[in-house]
Design a protein around this ligand. Structure first.
Ligand SMILES: C[S@@+](CC[C@H](N)C(=O)[O-])C[C@H]1O[C@@H](n2cnc3c(N)ncnc32)[C@H](O)[C@@H]1O
Length: 287
């Protein structure tokens, strides 16, 4: 009952009908839904700042709930790659505040002597840089697209990684980014989520979002309002509402595999990382 009221609310969001969406969300909230309450509040008083530009809510989000074991597994897997491949240089694309990178460097026996960080949010990038161990550090406070457009042909990294960041780029633009990056890296490691490829706006997709976001919100307590209003609701509404600022284009691991193959990568491996509240997380490597 709650999931179908929530799905109705999300359907109204997708139709651009904020009044109907707010009413259905409020009805779900009366039935005890955390998502209903969060969505109703968000639709009434929307925040306008980018979720990564003013990152307090994002940073609270990644420090709570299932993100703790998710990042533990991610950083351990990355540390394993550093020790196995012993890269002299490492490029992190969309490194955020270093939530995956810094513990990985800490855990690994091998340390790359050159570290490059591409991250458009200056607030997140400065936190990441402050936490780096001694290494030659180069930063690009910009998007991966702008970084690649300015890159000299001889620039090269034995290992590039991107954790939960490449899904911020729309599918076709992401294929172009991956293809442009390929001659500059020996190996690319991507951590992301295996999200079902339901047709956009379909009832299956709306029910999936309703169920998973309800589960995700339940993992937060004191920080729930901050996380919901400043991160999860803009991410959710951004996927549905026509013309909204969208920050996520997730897809199944099969589509990731196809996309990397189309961009010219070979030797793909995909291993599970953690069974996260939204969808299972995996680590993909390709060369
Ligand atoms: C979900 S966060 C993940 C951050 C970090 N990699 C982690 O694992 O915690 C997504 C990151 O991608 C960055 N981002 C967004 N658009 C980007 C783009 N076009 N190029 C590179 N990074 C981007 C955001 O600023 C944000 O830091």
């Amino acid at each position: 009952m709650e999931t179908s009221t929530l799905a109705q609310a999300l359907q109204a969001v997708a139709a651009g009908d904020t009044t109907a969406a707010g009413a259905a969300a409020a009805q779900a909230a009366e039935g005890g839904s955390l998502l209903g309450a969060a969505l109703a509040e968000f639709l009434q008083a929307e925040q306008s700042e980018g979720v990564y530009d003013a990152p307090a809510a994002f940073e609270a989000f990644i420090e709570g709930g299932g993100n703790i074991p998710l990042y533990r597994a991610t950083s351990a897997a990355l540390a394993g790659l550093y020790d196995q491949h012993r890269p002299a240089a490492l490029l992190d694309i969309g490194c955020g505040n270093g939530r995956a990178l810094l513990p990985a460097l800490h855990a690994a026996a091998h340390q790359p002597s050159r570290i490059g960080l591409v991250e458009p949010s200056e607030a997140l990038l400065s936190t990441a840089v402050a936490g780096l161990p001694s290494a030659e550090v180069q930063t690009w406070p910009t998007t991966i697209q702008a970084f690649l457009d300015d890159l000299s042909p001889e620039s090269h990294w034995p290992l590039a990684q991107s954790t939960f960041a490449l899904h911020t780029i729309p599918h076709d633009a992401r294929t172009a980014v991956l293809a442009q990056l390929r001659p500059h890296v020996n190996m690319l490691a991507i951590a992301d989520f295996d999200v079902p490829d339901h047709p956009s706006g379909s009832l299956e997709q709306l029910r999936f979002l309703a169920e998973t976001y309800e589960r995700g919100l339940a993992e937060y307590d004191a920080d729930r309002d901050l996380v919901a209003q400043g991160f999860l609701m803009p991410v959710l509404v951004g996927q549905l509402r026509p013309g909204a600022d969208r920050v996520t284009w997730e897809q199944s691991k099969e589509l990731w595999r196809e996309q990397l193959t189309a961009a010219g990568y070979r030797n793909l491996t995909i291993s599970p990382l953690y069974d996260y509240w939204s969808s299972p997380a995996f680590l993909l490597t390709a060369s």
